[in-house]
Design a protein around this ligand. Structure first.
Ligand SMILES: [Zn+2]
Length: 406
């Protein structure tokens, strides 16, 4: 049997290798597309403007499943609200790519480490089965947690534990699920930690209908739209599975800040130079928004004395809301530039035969960046194809045109 599995894996590897080079059709990709009635087009963190989302050609939305239970075993209000939200989309013909909870949610919400021992592993498997049975009729697919491999997301698991966490849930659901309900996992780009995750996930690939990836290539830095397809093909060769692009997007605002703009931001905190702020140490750090302090304590625990300096080092871009002048195909970070980005990237993606779906990040702009808490930081505020008030941006119309032809 082992020998047979070995030969099978060699055949898959060879066919994916040539398939990716010559862009050949893959029957597993075609099956997902056929079950869906076409390529999966979706949007992350959707608003409730069902009509406009439908008009743009989206049949899918993507958002997170919260912890189903609290520490006492009662169903949480957040989970009830989540189901209500799913029903709202399901009733209008949308499917939900539902992202199962992070390990840290299990620990803080339900009070147990999901892979600590056999008993907890059994509990985690049971919860995965519960989520599938409870949600299968009002969602459409599962992504087993998100971007494991990134420290902030896999915390406090190791990468080996993170792979186990994903693998046992995939295995448990695959034993009972309907064939037309895709399950898979997702990585952040193809950076080193994600490659490590894919290596560790090899024993569990047989339970996956697809493998997901998030790509933000060229949001900061030189790139071409074709680079998206190259990365997707590489992941296809690594896993032999249909690929779903779970997140991709571009800010409608960004770029370098002038000395005057930076001085103005320092002024908001009451300083005229960076050195002055750093010298003020803890006092300066305490003036930062709570999100900024949370990020520092999560990513640099026990290094409090360095935090003020780190704000102007590693986190300088967030502090000033400044990004690189270089972008994909030199597209500017403007509302029209964002529209141009989607046109250029989606056109390339549509040609890619190993891709079963693409989900835009994200639906609507946010008031403040969750990393730094600043309203002037584009990093986690300007991804939307709708403005904060729900009015569409040029990117909405560009996406609509390219998906629906209208
Ligand atoms: Zn920020």
């Amino acid at each position: 049997m082992k020998l047979l599995a070995f030969f099978e894996s060699i055949i898959v590897a060879i066919s994916c290798f040539f398939g990716s080079i010559f862009n050949l059709p893959d029957k597993n990709v075609e099956k997902i597309i056929e079950n869906n009635g076409g390529m999966i087009y979706g949007v992350c963190h959707p608003n409730e403007n069902y009509e406009m989302l439908g008009d743009a050609g989206f049949k899918w939305v993507r958002f997170d499943i919260p912890c189903p239970y609290d520490r006492s075993g009662n169903v949480t209000q957040a989970y009830k609200d989540f189901k209500e939200r799913c029903r709202g989309y399901a009733e209008r013909g949308f499917k939900v790519m539902a992202v199962t909870p992070y390990p840290r949610d299990y620990i803080s919400g339900m009070g147990f480490n999901p892979v600590e021992n056999e008993e907890n592993i059994a509990k985690t498997k049971g919860l995965a089965v519960f989520l599938y049975n409870d949600l299968k009729d009002i969602t459409g697919a599962f992504q087993i947690t998100n971007e494991m491999g990134l420290v902030g997301f896999m915390h406090p698991l190791t990468i080996e534990e993170a792979a186990l966490y994903i693998g046992i849930q995939l295995e448990a659901i695959s034993e009972i699920k309907d064939e037309s309900f895709p399950i898979g996992y997702n990585s952040a780009d193809l950076i080193q930690v994600s490659r490590e995750l894919h290596k560790l996930m090899k024993p569990y690939l047989k339970y996956c209908d697809y493998v997901g990836i998030d790509l933000y290539t060229g949001v900061q830095g030189k790139a071409e739209a074709k680079d998206y397809v190259e990365k997707i093909k590489k992941l296809y060769r690594m896993t032999g599975k249909p690929i779903i692009l779970e997140e991709f997007g571009f800010w409608s605002e960004g770029g370098p800040k002038s000395a005057e703009q930076k001085a103005e931001i320092l002024g908001i905190y009451g300083y005229s130079t960076e050195a002055e702020a750093i010298a003020d140490g803890a006092n300066f750090v305490n003036k930062l928004p709570s999100q900024f302090r949370n990020t520092l304590s999560l990513e640099h625990p026990g290094e409090e004395s360095k935090w003020a300096e780190l704000v102007f080092g590693q986190y300088s871009n967030h502090f000033y809301g400044e990004s690189s002048a270089e972008t994909i195909e030199n597209i500017p970070h403007t509302p029209d530039g964002q529209a141009q980005y989607f046109k250029s990237v989606i056109t390339e993606l549509q040609k890619c035969k190993c891709l079963a779906g693409m989900i835009i990040y994200c639906c609507q702009d946010m008031g403040t960046c969750w990393v730094c808490g600043h309203s002037w930081c584009p990093f986690e505020t300007k991804w939307g194809i709708f403005n904060m008030d729900g009015t569409p941006k040029p990117a909405y119309y560009a996406v609509k045109e390219i998906i629906t032809g209208k």
